[in-house]
Design a protein around this ligand. Structure first.
Ligand SMILES: Nc1ncnc2c1ncn2[C@@H]1O[C@H](COP(=O)(O)OP(=O)(O)O)[C@@H](O)[C@H]1O
Ligand SMILES: [Mg+2]
Length: 243
């Protein structure tokens, strides 16, 4: 299953949510999930967690050109326990690697694993667009305040898009869904502590995954896995029930 995470405008917390989903134990654990950082604007994770950017996206993209790919070989394990294929921090290097990866068949490197792709900002002409449209679900992260929602309106999101609203909102899901043109699949809380662990600014404390953002990410993972229910929800804008 490929779940791609992106933003529309600003910095609502797409990369942080992708790492949170990678540590969520709601996925099948026989083959642990891997996050692939594929933001053409440059990766954050190697800087956040002080890990080398090789192996990473560049080595994965190079291996894909040989016609085989073993995702786990290119992943780094973070202190928060996420396995991440990290992108170079610089835009030109990251864009080049994303272009190479996006030109491959996603099944070559995703195989039977749960793969979380951080594709940066949604735009139909983004070098990462194929990684967004080929995903089983494209999670579009937006903040819940009026200003952020207004900025995200009319983004012309693809058909596999589902919205994740970060923080409190006064707007019903049906309204958000109508304005942005995609169903709302989840709300996740503002959680300074959880975000700091996921961004490498704090060490993980005992039980940190049981509350806040990591707990919401786990619920989201479980919701995505209940395949039939998810597809049914994605097929029509949800109204009324706001998490
Ligand atoms: N749910 C959240 N609660 C509190 N802070 C968050 C949350 N998600 C992200 N942040 C913080 O917001 C900033 C931007 O997050 P990031 O994931 O890099 O955004 P994006 O990938 O959308 O640009 C980071 O400092 C991160 O720690
Ligand atoms: Mg990001």
């Amino acid at each position: 299953m490929i779940v791609t995470v992106c933003s529309v405008k600003g910095s609502p917390g797409a990369s942080t949510l992708a790492v949170a989903l990678a540590v969520a134990d709601g996925w099948p654990q026989d083959v642990p999930p891997v996050m692939v950082e594929a933001d053409p604007a440059g990766g954050d994770v190697s800087g956040w967690h002080a890990v080398a950017d090789a192996p990473g996206l560049v080595t994965l993209a190079a291996q894909c050109r040989t016609g085989t790919a073993t995702l786990a070989e290119h992943a780094s394990r973070l202190a928060c326990s996420a396995q991440v294929v990290v992108a170079p921090g610089g835009r030109p290097q990251a864009t080049a690697a994303v272009e190479l990866l996006a030109a491959t068949d996603v099944r070559l490197w995703s195989q039977d694993r749960t793969v979380l792709v951080d594709a940066g900002r949604w735009h139909p002409l983004s070098p990462a667009a194929p990684l967004m449209t080929a995903a089983d679900v494209l999670l579009v992260v937006v903040r819940g305040d009026a200003g952020a929602l207004k900025q995200a309106a009319d983004a012309r999101l693809p058909g596999n898009a589902a919205l994740v609203v970060v923080g409190e909102t006064v707007f019903p899901a049906s309204e958000i869904s109508a304005v942005l043109g995609a169903p709302v699949i989840a709300g996740v809380p503002l959680d300074r502590h959880g975000a700091a662990v996921l961004c490498g600014a704090r060490p993980p404390a005992r039980g940190w995954r049981r509350v806040g953002l990591p707990a919401a990410a786990r619920a989201l993972a479980e919701a995505l896995l209940t395949d039939a229910a998810t597809r049914a929800r994605l097929a029509q804008p949800v109204g009324g029930e706001w998490p």
